[in-house]
Write a protein that binds this ligand. Structure first.
Ligand code: SF4
Length: 281
C-alpha cells in the first residue's frame, strides 16, 4: 500500500520539550532516591503517561499528594503563580516544563494589567492552560461564545488575548463582537499557537491525494477529534484510531493510497509503527 504522511503531525514542540524534561528529571531524581511527580498528566496519551510512570514519574492531581521533599514537574499548560508559591511553602522543588508560548501569554496578562487594561481571555475556562494564565492578574474575565460577550463590563479599556490552541477565526469573530460594543480602547494581542492550525491545514492538503485517511490519537483528545472531523468534511473516508491495535484490514479494502495524520499528543513511535504496518499491506 502506498502511504502518505501529513507534512505536519503529532507532537508540537511544547509537548515534545515537556516530555523530554519530565523523562530527564525522573531519571535524575530517581537516581538521587527522590520522588518525582507531575501535576496532572504530562500529556493526554495513555501510553506515554504509562511509560513515564514506569520511569518513576507519578501523576498527582494536587500538591497535597506530593511526597515531602519531592520534585513536581509543571506540564506544558503551565500553572498560576499561586501554585508555584504553594509548592515553595510545602518545600517542593519545581521543574517548569511550561511551553514558551504559554509563558508568553502569562506575561502578556501581567503586562496588560500593569498598563491598566481589564484583561479578557477568549478561551475555555475549564482548560488547564487558561486556569493557569488567568492567575497572572486580578479580575481576568474568560469568555468563549457570542452569548458570553454580555458578561463584559460596559465601558473601559480592555486587553484581549486568546487561549493558545484556539483558532484564529474564532478569536477574530469574538474580537469583532467585542469591538461592536463601542469600547473607547481595545488592545488585542495575538497569542494563538500555529501548531494546531498547521496540522489541520496539512491534513486537508493530504486528503486531496489519498483514498482513505487515518487520524491517530486518543479518542478523548479534543484536537485529534477535530482533526478527524476536518478530514471527514473533505469527503474522504476517515478512521480515527488510537493506534495499530484498532486497525482492521477491511478499512483499506480496494484502496491503493492511504493518508496518515496524528493529533498533538500522539507519540512518534505510534505513527511509525502504524505507517510501517500499512506499507507492508
Ligand atoms: S502552545 Fe502550541 S507548541 Fe506550546 S504546548 Fe500548546 S500547542 Fe504545543
Amino acid at each position: 500500500m502506498n502511504v502518505l504522511v501529513a507534512r505536519k503531525l503529532g507532537f508540537c514542540f511544547g509537548v515534545r520539550e515537556a516530555i523530554k524534561l519530565a523523562e530527564h528529571t525522573a531519571a535524575e531524581r530517581r537516581a538521587q532516591g527522590r520522588a518525582v511527580h507531575s501535576l496532572g498528566p504530562v500529556i493526554h496519551n495513555r501510553q506515554v503517561v504509562a511509560r513515564l510512570t514506569e520511569q518513576g514519574l507519578q501523576t498527582i492531581e494536587s500538591l497535597a499528594e506530593a511526597s515531602a521533599g519531592g520534585t513536581v514537574v509543571i506540564r506544558s499548560h503551565g500553572v498560576s503563580p499561586e501554585v508555584v508559591e504553594e509548592a515553595a511553602r510545602r518545600g517542593l522543588e519545581i521543574v517548569d516544563a511550561t511551553c514558551v508560548l504559554v509563558k508568553r501569554a502569562q506575561e502578556i496578562v501581567r503586562q496588560l494589567h500593569r498598563e491598566g487594561y481589564r484583561v479578557v481571555i477568549i478561551g475555555d475556562p475549564q482548560h488547564p492552560e487558561v486556569q493557569g494564565v488567568l492567575g497572572y492578574a486580578p479580575g481576568v474575565i474568560v469568555i468563549d461564545s457570542a452569548e458570553e460577550v454580555d458578561r463584559l463590563p460596559e465601558g473601559g479599556r480592555l486587553g484581549i488575548l486568546s487561549q493558545t490552541t484556539h483558532s484564529a477565526e474564532h478569536f477574530g469573530r469574538m474580537v469583532g463582537l467585542i469591538a461592536a460594543r463601542g469600547y473607547p480602547e481595545l488592545k488585542v494581542v495575538n497569542t494563538i499557537c500555529n501548531a494546531t492550525t498547521e496540522r489541520q491545514e496539512a491534513a486537508v492538503e493530504l486528503c486531496k491525494q489519498v483514498g482513505v485517511m487515518f487520524v491517530l490519537g486518543g479518542h478523548h483528545s479534543a484536537n485529534t477529534n477535530r482533526l478527524a472531523e476536518i478530514c471527514r468534511e473533505t469527503g474522504v473516508p476517515t478512521f480515527h484510531i488510537e493506534g495499530l491495535e484498532e486497525f482492521r484490514t477491511e478499512m483499506v479494502v480496494d484502496q491503493t493510497t492511504a493518508g496518515v495524520t496524528a493529533g498533538a499528543s500522539t507519540p512518534d513511535w505510534v505513527i511509525e509503527q502504524f505507517v510501517r504496518h500499512l506499507e507492508k499491506l
